[in-house]
Design a binder for this molecule. Structure first.
Ligand SMILES: [Zn+2]
Ligand SMILES: [Zn+2]
Length: 368
């Protein structure tokens, strides 16, 4: 074995330390180099991604569908705009009961045709922005009931007008023309005091207040159908005569002129038989108590100009209220004059008394 002296040993030790130092230095440099490359790579990656941002698409905003006109076989719906925050063009697809019936339209309305009467339909309108964004709104509607096409025949009721001094009538084809003088066959304080039917007010209204009018002869003509039927589109009743009662006095509606005011003030000028004149034209707005006293509270009282009969407030011993009647103040049932059943109006003791939202059938012509 070789023996080293002290000097040799020291030299080796110095060389060894120097070598180790260099190795550590080299490792350090290598690490720094690697870290630098990594840093550049990360910087490059992030700087690249900030130059080319990731696009996030906004979907169209929520919107609302509402119903328009509904008939027995058509329906129209409308919807509000589904606003797109990115300004993308939004188109709409209409689905009815799960089937697309119209795709990608720009309109904000759609009309369905060929529907079944009285049927509930549901669907959705889907708003799409063409970039995968969408919003959906639901709707539902019920198509209108099929129109009653029943046509009645009122010929048998005409005899109720026979023997009335004020009234004459003539039938031509399926129409009847009434001519009335509109002079009541009962007493009233509105007759001139020299008339045999003049009678001072003896009714029950403590607020009775005679209006300035007086009963005068008229020449009013009604031409109406003998086969009344429900009108597809109902028309409002006018001010003035809307029908003829069985003693020839004209019926007025539930309003006072001008501009459809309530009857509040007029009621105090109704005489003991609940009629009064407008200037010289005598008329009934509410139950003509002379007729219901004479013929009964459940009796036929006259016709509106659409040809449908008017009855008193009693039916089969029960007092009819507004709640028993439709919007036009009538209903369909058997009456003593029409055992097969007929649509008819009832006079009730509360507003609108005789007629509600207009004629149920098509009004005939009235001239005066
Ligand atoms: Zn009046
Ligand atoms: Zn009835």
């Amino acid at each position: 074995m070789m023996q080293l002296n002290y000097g040799e040993h020291k030299l080796f030790t110095i060389l060894e330390v120097e070598y180790k130092r260099n190795t550590i230095k080299m490792k350090k440099n290598k690490l720094l180099k690697t870290l630098s490359i990594l840093f550049i790579a990360i910087t490059l990656f992030y700087s690249c991604s900030s130059d080319d941002p990731i696009v996030v698409n906004s979907s169209p905003a929520a919107f609302i569908v509402s119903n328009g006109t509904l008939t027995e076989n058509t329906a129209t719906i409308f919807w509000t705009v589904a606003t797109d925050a990115d300004g993308d063009t939004v188109s709409y697809t209409v689905n009815l009961d799960g089937t697309a019936v119209k795709s990608e339209i720009s309109a904000l309305t759609y009309s369905f045709t060929g529907l079944t009467a009285a049927t509930n339909y549901t669907g959705t309108v889907v708003a799409s922005d063409g970039k995968g964004g969408s919003a959906s709104a639901v709707f539902s509607f019920t198509s209108a009931a099929a129109l009653t096409t029943v046509s009645y025949d009122i010929t048998s009721i005409l005899s109720k007008f026979d023997g009335i001094d004020a009234v004459s009538y003539a039938v031509s084809g399926n129409t009847v023309t009434f001519i009335t003088t509109d002079l009541p066959n009962h007493t009233s304080p509105y007759w001139s005091t020299s008339h045999p039917l003049y009678e001072p007010y003896n009714g029950t209204n403590s607020n009775w207040n005679k209006n300035p009018g007086a009963i005068g002869e008229q020449n009013i003509t009604f031409t109406m159908t003998l086969n009344p039927a429900e009108a597809a589109i109902k028309s409002a009743t006018p001010l003035g005569p809307i029908g003829i009662s069985r003693n020839g006095i004209v019926f007025f509606n539930q309003y006072a002129g001008p501009n459809n005011q309530p009857l509040t003030n007029e009621i105090n000028s109704f005489d003991q038989w609940l009629g009064h004149p407008a200037r010289t034209q005598y008329h009934y707005h509410i139950e003509p108590s002379y007729l219901t006293t004479t013929f009964g509270k459940d009796a036929f009282l006259g016709l509106l100009s659409d040809g449908f009969p008017v009855y008193g407030p009693l039916e089969n011993g029960t007092t009819i209220t507004n709640a028993d009647l439709d919007d036009y103040h009538g209903h369909t049932s058997v009456t003593s004059d029409f055992p097969e059943g007929i649509y008819h109006y009832h006079i009730t003791n509360e507003d609108p008394y005789l007629n509600g939202n207009g004629f149920f059938g098509s009004a005939g012509t009235i001239t005066r």
